[in-house]
Design a protein around this ligand. Structure first.
Ligand code: PRT
Ligand code: ZN
Length: 290
């Protein structure tokens, strides 16, 4: 049997589920090379001291908290449900969802304050209990492992507390959201007691992952502009430090290269065009080390 305690760090990820594809994509984008076969329980990276362990998502926080593995990638919702003793290192920008309180469309319940003595179906009993306690509500929690949304139609519950992303499952089951309890996304978690040697490797992995995540937030932009509007352009796109400016062979014109944040991309492009920039070329950023 292969020895996984060989000085490499161990990262647990979801074996087969909603987070798997994005997690593997992120690791590959960070330049980690490994192979995966179906039914495989772990992979070893051949260009980084990392073993990837494939687990059910619910088991990942305990494996990390106990030190059986050093790192894990899992939904924040599971950390909040299990109150795991792990430290969240990075928010990974995928697996977005919210834990929501929902009731049948025709229900008279319009707010959480009307849940006293009502039955609430959920796969998240601890988060639900905390929520009810905070609100001072005495509700009866009905724990269900899957297909929570069907519980009201079967008269098993008056309300549900479940994860929602697009909202289509709720709509299909004639349910409406009346409160959002918390938002969640995939996170990288870490065991709180790592050896000095492992801390060094984890830091290297964090630098790589941060590089990929930061790059996703930026676009690389090149444009031409009359030299006379350089000051205005610099105000619109300050860049990471300042934009790169080089002369064009056409007199009185310059080429400007910079990065623009994804969330303000279109408004920035509009401002640049209004200011007089032309030939705006936009490229994705592969890695960005800040
Ligand atoms: O087998 P394993 O135990 O590993 O996986 P699992 O079946 O328990 O989990 P999985 O793969 O379904 O989800 C893994 C993680 O994805 C969750 O812990 C969340 O962090 C995240 N995530 C993001 C979601 C959703 N979006 C989501 N929509 N997890 C579940 N759902 C379910 C929800 O429970 C509901 O049934 O999808 C339905 C609602 O989706 P919409 O799009 O119709 O609103
Ligand atoms: Zn699960």
């Amino acid at each position: 049997m292969k020895n996984l305690n060989n000085g490499s760090i161990k990262l647990a990820i979801q074996k087969n589920g909603r987070l798997t594809e994005s997690t593997l994509g992120l690791l590959k984008s960070a330049g980690l090379e490994f192979e995966i076969y179906k039914q495989q329980l772990f992979s070893s990276c051949w260009n980084f001291p990392l073993n990837i362990i494939y687990l059910r998502d619910d088991d990942i926080p305990d494996y990390v908290a106990s030190g059986a593995v050093d790192l894990g990638i899992v939904g924040e919702n599971i950390i909040l449900e299990q109150k795991s003793k792990v430290s969240i290192q990075l928010k990974l920008g995928f697996g977005y969802c919210s834990l929501c309180l929902a009731v049948p469309k025709e229900s008279f319940i319009t707010s959480s304050s009307e849940l006293n003595n009502k039955k609430i179906a959920t796969s998240y009993p601890q988060s639900t209990k905390r929520y009810l306690d905070e609100k001072g509500i005495e509700g009866e929690i009905v724990k269900i492992n899957g297909s929570v949304e069907i519980a009201p139609a079967l008269a098993m519950a008056d309300a549900v507390i479940d994860l929602v992303s697009s909202g289509s499952t709720l709509a299909l089951n004639d349910l409406r959201v009346i409160e959002r309890i918390f938002n969640s996304q995939a996170v990288l978690i870490k065991n709180t007691y790592l050896s000095k040697e492992k801390k060094v490797i984890v830091q290297k992995l964090l630098t790589r992952l941060n590089g990929v995540l930061a790059a996703q937030n930026y676009k690389y932009v090149m444009m031409n502009a009359p030299t006379s509007i350089l000051k205005i352009i610099q105000k619109i796109v300050p860049g990471l430090k300042s934009p790169t400016v080089s002369p064009l062979s056409t007199k009185g014109w310059i080429s400007i290269q910079t990065v623009i944040k994804e969330d303000i991309f279109w408004e920035t492009i509009e401002k640049l065009k209004e200011a007089g920039a032309t030939g705006i070329l936009v490229l994705p950023v592969e890695k960005l080390i800040l």
